[in-house]
Ligand binder design. Structure first.
Ligand code: SF4
Ligand code: SF4
Length: 452
């Protein structure tokens, strides 16, 4: 085991012991959780559920208990974090509980599961990004972070991996930072992974090595701030990796960074956007929803409508452990958007966009990312090829349409077909092997795998 891996595991153990000592078993975290009810968990004894979680953390718990189910169906909304008066982060507590549940499987199996998930993600990101982005840009973004022979950037914009499947979102984010005059270095792609797929598989050792290498790359750039895009990376680095890493930079989300500079950005809004729009919201990362609302409110001509929908999970894919509830939420939101007569249903994160964008084909409104509206106000357009392809729902037509990009990126047509089927036309947000909502108690999950 490497020094970094050992340090990471020691830090997780120490933090887990801290929870066992600090948690007062008050049960407030269970009471406020928006997913426990839809997951079918009887919450009449919240303190007992917490006891079951703590027992699992002590390696003495029951994998069939309500506490185990609560951990496995956590969607990361983070409501519990503000409810704890004893200094515990219950979302981290449940992440560690899932790690314990996964630890009931053999190490080789956990490692193989994490590697398989990483391999599938890498292939999808590589193919879809090469089809949509210039090779030189991608090569610069996807290499590991390091010091350059120039002054350090103000910030690292950390894209994570999967936003590169819908790169128009990432490019619009860079357009905004350019307008703000921010000196940034962009890093992302599988070489700069946060390690979440291995962590979810229960392979904490590999997850620690990957996450800490990425953090070392950020530090190498000399930037004092790292701005994340992906909420998964934000939570994985912010709550799992960085507390034990002593990083020389602050981690925050890029949306509040932009929202704090809204007056400077407003000067670049050169066009009115006369549209009635509704925001598809998720809690989970503090300040993001509020920041997007502030940014949208600054766009001239834009009218924001609140659809009054439940705010659950940190991104659509995080709702995978409660699939029936997720389907119900989406159907309800699409109906509400139609009834409200909006021109656009507006998402924040990339995984939500991938899941919702094709509904545009059967809805009287468009499905866009909020940065597309910001781009429109700035007079910038970045084509959404992913949505175009997904709405075709015909892999042969997509391959014909993308034939020039396939050739110029030097990609093999069969590999592109495989990726198109898996990642665009047939993307299923359900986690493999995760206990579904309606199922009776089952053996511990082999991990949470859904496309970020
Ligand atoms: S993070 Fe959200 S879903 Fe998970 S336990 Fe806390 S409140 Fe519930
Ligand atoms: S984690 Fe916090 S809110 Fe939850 S039971 Fe323990 S002390 Fe209470």
């Amino acid at each position: 085991m490497s020094e970094r891996e050992a340090e990471f595991l020691t830090s997780l153990d120490a933090r887990t012991r801290g929870i066992l000592e600090t948690c007062s078993r008050c049960g407030h975290c269970v009471e406020v959780c928006p997913t426990a009810g839809p997951a079918g968990i009887d919450r009449r004894e919240p303190a007992r559920i917490v006891e079951e979680v703590l027992a699992l953390l002590r390696d003495a718990g029951d994998p069939q208990s309500r506490g185990a189910r609560w951990a496995e169906t956590c969607t990361g909304s983070g409501r519990c974090i503000g409810a704890c008066n004893d200094g515990v982060n219950p979302r981290f507590m449940l992440a560690m509980t899932r790690l314990k549940l996964n630890g009931l499987r053999a190490e080789t199996e956990r490692h193989a599961t994490g590697q398989a998930a990483f391999g599938k993600m890498s292939q999808g990101v590589k193919v879809l990004s090469r089809l949509q982005l210039p090779a030189a840009f991608l090569a610069d973004v996807t290499r590991s972070g390091r010091a350059e022979a120039v002054a350090p950037p103000d910030v690292v914009l950390y894209l994570g991996c999967n936003v590169l499947k819908t790169p128009h979102i990432a490019l619009l984010c860079l357009d905004v930072l350019d307008r703000l005059g921010t000196r940034y270095k962009v890093l992302g792609g599988p070489a700069n992974c946060c390690g979440v797929l291995q962590f979810r598989a229960g392979d904490a050792k590999t997850a620690g090595r990957i996450g800490q290498n990425t953090v070392a790359g950020f530090a190498g750039t000399g930037a004092s701030r790292v701005l994340t895009w992906c909420p998964t990376c934000n939570i994985q680095l912010g709550e799992i990796v960085l507390p034990g890493a002593g990083a020389p930079f602050a981690l925050e989300h890029v949306v509040p960074f932009i929202a704090q500079r809204i007056d400077a950005l407003r000067r670049h809004f050169v066009r009115a956007v006369p549209k009635r729009v509704a925001l598809h919201e998720h809690p989970g990362v503090a300040g993001v929803t509020e920041g997007v609302l502030a940014i949208l409110a600054a766009i001239p001509g834009l009218e924001l409508v609140d659809l009054g929908q439940p705010r659950v999970g940190y991104m659509c894919n995080s709702l995978a452990p409660v699939p029936a509830y997720k389907r119900e939420l989406h159907a309800q939101e699409l109906r509400a958007a139609e009834a409200a007569g909006v021109d656009c249903l507006v998402g924040i994160y990339h995984a939500c966009h991938r899941e919702l964008c094709a509904h545009e084909a059967t809805s009287p409104f468009r499905v866009v990312n909020f940065l597309e509206l910001v781009g429109e106000a700035m007079g910038v357009e970045r084509p959404d090829l992913f949505k175009q392809w997904k709405m075709m729902q015909d892999v042969d037509r997509v391959l014909a349409e993308a034939s020039a990009q396939i050739a110029s990126a030097g990609l093999d047509v069969d590999t592109v077909r495989e990726v198109m089927v898996a990642h665009i036309l047939g993307e299923q947000p359900l986690p493999l092997g995760h206990r579904a909502l309606a199922e009776s108690p089952a053996p511990p999950s082999p991990g949470r795998f859904f496309p970020e």
